[in-house]
Design a protein around this ligand. Structure first.
Ligand code: SF4
Length: 313
């Protein structure tokens, strides 16, 4: 008897109705991805710190998202290269809690420049010796260090006593080794933009860092899974208040993020939506690039209103 092998078509999980429509019944705004310029990896939600405002809900031993292993990352690095990726970026949790982190960076740097978001405290400081040889790659490795506030006491309220000084120590060590560095801080409600800028310049000067160190500011994204009321973004909003150029600047238009969850690797739309399974677009990058991205997450409003982006590209 003639037998044929029929490939099984796995059904994608259905999206919620809110993916397509606002509560007022209007068509939801969408972003159509145009490129994979940057590929992010979530290294897991385990962190050495437990900041109450963390958008990932990270803390010591946290397993909401699993630690990334080399064997998890390598196939996506290889696939991304076939899609023309220009940079690999890594966020956590604290990436240097993941034991394969330096090996993953070593592989990724053989192909493209990389960026790591870090709190620059214990886990990074302990691995500075392992990081130094990565300077030999032709592709550059950039670190972005979180400093919530220019005032050490205010920074330490969320991160723990002594963490401001330790983060500056890590930042300075990276700079002295020859890595390029930048700083991320929250938008501060208790000081004007000019005061914030002057405050950080003073901190950088005292630490022996360049006064004009690049600094990226973020709004409060709120902890994961929180129902935050924000205005809904309709398809009409995306053409009335946005242009072709601004739509192309959304992270979900030119990047993706790889997440390990329940022993499965998934491609998410961006770095800000891994608490919502609707944003798990596919299991391969190639498939994920075909999926329009809904603006239904409350953090999408930060992109819409403030142009928020984790990217430095
Ligand atoms: S949070 Fe921003 S980048 Fe992410 S899916 Fe929403 S609009 Fe796109």
């Amino acid at each position: 008897m003639d037998t044929k092998i029929i490939p099984i078509q796995l059904e994608k999980p259905a999206k919620s109705a809110a993916w397509f429509q606002t509560p007022a019944g209007e068509p939801r705004g969408f972003i159509q991805p145009h490129a994979l310029d940057e590929l992010w990896f979530h290294t897991g939600t385990a962190c050495n710190l437990a900041c109450p405002f963390c958008l990932e809900g990270s803390k010591p031993g946290d397993t909401r998202l699993q630690l990334l292993r080399f064997a998890d990352a390598q196939p996506f690095i290889d696939e991304a290269l076939t899609l023309g990726v220009k940079q690999f970026s890594f966020t956590g949790g604290e990436p240097f809690v993941a034991k394969d982190m330096v090996r993953i960076l070593d592989y990724a740097l053989q192909h493209r420049p990389c960026m790591v978001l870090t709190n620059a405290t214990g886990p990074l400081i302990e691995r500075l010796k392992q990081l130094k040889p990565l300077l030999q790659h032709q592709n550059k490795l950039h670190f972005r260090v979180s400093l919530d506030h220019f005032d050490a006491t205010k920074h330490d309220i969320g991160r723990g006593v002594g963490m401001f000084a330790m983060a500056l120590q890590g930042l300075r060590a990276l700079h002295d080794l020859g890595f390029s560095v930048s700083v991320a801080n929250q938008m501060l409600a208790d000081s004007t933009p000019a005061e914030t800028c002057a405050g950080f310049v003073e901190v950088f000067k005292k630490a022996g860092l360049p006064e004009d160190l690049r600094r990226v500011e973020f709004p409060d994204f709120h902890p994961p899974g929180l129902a935050v009321a924000t205005p809904h973004i309709s398809a009409n909003c995306m053409v009335t208040y946005q242009t072709e150029d601004t739509r192309r600047a959304y992270m979900c238009a030119f990047s993706k993020m790889i997440v390990k969850d329940k022993d499965k690797m998934r491609v998410y739309a961006c770095t800000l939506v891994d608490d919502d399974p609707d944003y798990a677009l596919a299991e391969t990058l190639t498939e994920s690039m075909k999926e329009p991205v809904s603006m239904k997450h409350h953090r999408c409003y930060s992109c819409f209103r403030y142009g928020a982006s984790c990217s430095e590209m």
